[in-house]
Design a protein around this ligand. Structure first.
Ligand SMILES: Nc1ncnc2c1ncn2[C@@H]1O[C@H](COP(=O)(O)OP(=O)(O)OP(=O)(O)O)[C@@H](O)[C@H]1O
Length: 316
C-alpha cells in the first residue's frame, strides 16, 4: 500500500470514528480493508475511543484467531496524528445476508429462509468470542450482524473493536455513553451495571434469534420516545416475548432443529446469572452436530475444522 492514497470510490463504509477503504497491494493482488480514524486538527492527540479501539486491535493482532478479522497492521503516524488499522478484506457480512434473505422472502411472498451456513456461522462467532473472552481477557460488546464479516470462503469473523475493552466492566460508561448497539446489547451494559462475557453471549442469543427467524428486535416503534435505557429494556422484553411465543417462527436450518435454536436463545436472553456460558453452549444440542474444535485447539486445528466444513480461504 505504501504511499498510495485511497480513491473515493474505494470507500466501503463509515463508522462513528473512521472510514474504511478497500485497498489493493501494489505488487501482490491481495485486497485489504483499511480503517482510517478521523482526528480533529484542533485536538492534541487522538480521542480516547480511537485509542481504545487501537489498543484492543493491537491485542487481537498479537494473538490472532481464524474467526476474528485478521489485523495486518495497527499504525500511528505521529506527524499526521493518524491511526490506521489494516485488515484482511471481507466482501460481505451477516447483516447483508439476513437483509437479502428477507427481501427475497418479501418479493416471493413467502417466509424468511435462513442461509444453509447459519449454524456454522454461529459456531464461528462462538469460537471468536471464546478466544476473546478466555485467551485475550477481552469483551467485544458490539456483537451484531454488521460486525460479523464474511471472507471470500464465507467464514464468519468478528470485526470492529470500537466497543471492546480489556477485562470485565464495573459498569461505569468509559466514554460517557454505553457501549454497543440497541436491540443487540445486553440490558446490564446499557443500564451502566457491572458486566462480563455473559453480555456478549446475550448478543449471541439475539444474533441466533435473528438468523433463525429473520426478525428484527425493536423494530416496533415505542408509543412515545423513551430514554435509551428504557428503550433497551423494552427491546429485551420484546425479544423474550418473541422467543416465548415463537414470533416470528424459528425456521429450519441445515443440521439444526428449530426447537433447539429456540431453547438456546431462551437460555441466552435470561438475566446474566442465569445465562448460558461458553461451556454450556458447547454442550447444547444446537451446537453438537458442529463438532467444534476443543477450547485447547490452536489456530491450526481451528483452520483444519473450517477446512473440513468448507470454510477455508485458499491462499493465492
Ligand atoms: N475487514 C473488513 N472488510 C470489509 N469491510 C469491512 C471490514 N471492516 C469493516 N468493514 C465495513 O466497513 C464499514 C464501516 O465499519 P466500521 O467498523 O468502521 O463502522 P461501523 O461498525 O459501521 O460503525 P461504528 O464503528 O461507529 O460502530 C462497515 O460497513 C463494515 O462492514
Amino acid at each position: 500500500m505504501g504511499n498510495q492514497v485511497p480513491f473515493n470510490q474505494a470507500i466501503i463504509g463509515e463508522g462513528a470514528f473512521g472510514q474504511v477503504f478497500r485497498a489493493r497491494h501494489r505488487r501482490r493482488e491481495t485486497l485489504y480493508a483499511v480503517k482510517v480514524f478521523k482526528t480533529q486538527r484542533s485536538q492534541r492527540g487522538v480521542s480516547p475511543e480511537v485509542a481504545r479501539e487501537c489498543e484492543v486491535g493491537t491485542h487481537v493482532r498479537q494473538t490472532p484467531h481464524p474467526c476474528i478479522v485478521k489485523l495486518h497492521m495497527v499504525t500511528f503516524d505521529e506527524d499526521l496524528g493518524l491511526y490506521t488499522l489494516v485488515m484482511e478484506f471481507c466482501p460481505s457480512n451477516l447483516f447483508q445476508q439476513v437483509h437479502t434473505a428477507n427481501l427475497e422472502a418479501l418479493s416471493k411472498s413467502t417466509h424468511y429462509k435462513p442461509m444453509p451456513q447459519t449454524l456454522d456461522w454461529l459456531g464461528q462467532v462462538f469460537l471468536g468470542l471464546e478466544h476473546m473472552h478466555h485467551r485475550l481477557n477481552m469483551l467485544f460488546r458490539d456483537l451484531k450482524p454488521a460486525n460479523v464479516i464474511l471472507d471470500s470462503a464465507l467464514c464468519a469473523k468478528l470485526a470492529d473493536f470500537g466497543s471492546g475493552r480489556m477485562g470485565p466492566s464495573a459498569g461505569a460508561y468509559s466514554f460517557g455513553h454505553p457501549a454497543g448497539t440497541m436491540g443487540y446489547c445486553a440490558p446490564e451494559v446499557l443500564g451502566g451495571m457491572p458486566h462480563d462475557e455473559t453480555a456478549d453471549l446475550y448478543s449471541l442469543g439475539v444474533l441466533t434469534w435473528l438468523l433463525f427467524t429473520g426478525g428484527m428486535p425493536g423494530t416496533q416503534p415505542p408509543v412515545q420516545p423513551r430514554p435509551e435505557v428504557h428503550q433497551h429494556l423494552y427491546d429485551w422484553m420484546l425479544l423474550r416475548k418473541c422467543v416465548e411465543d415463537n414470533l416470528p417462527a424459528f425456521r429450519s436450518v441445515e443440521g439444526a432443529e428449530p426447537e433447539d435454536a429456540r431453547n438456546c436463545v431462551h437460555l441466552f436472553v435470561q438475566p446474566p446469572d442465569r445465562r448460558m456460558r461458553h461451556k454450556e453452549l458447547r454442550a447444547h444440542p444446537l451446537f453438537q452436530s458442529l463438532k467444534l474444535p476443543s477450547y485447547e485447539a490452536g489456530p491450526t486445528q481451528v483452520e483444519t475444522w473450517l477446512d473440513e466444513r468448507g470454510f477455508l480461504k485458499r491462499q493465492r
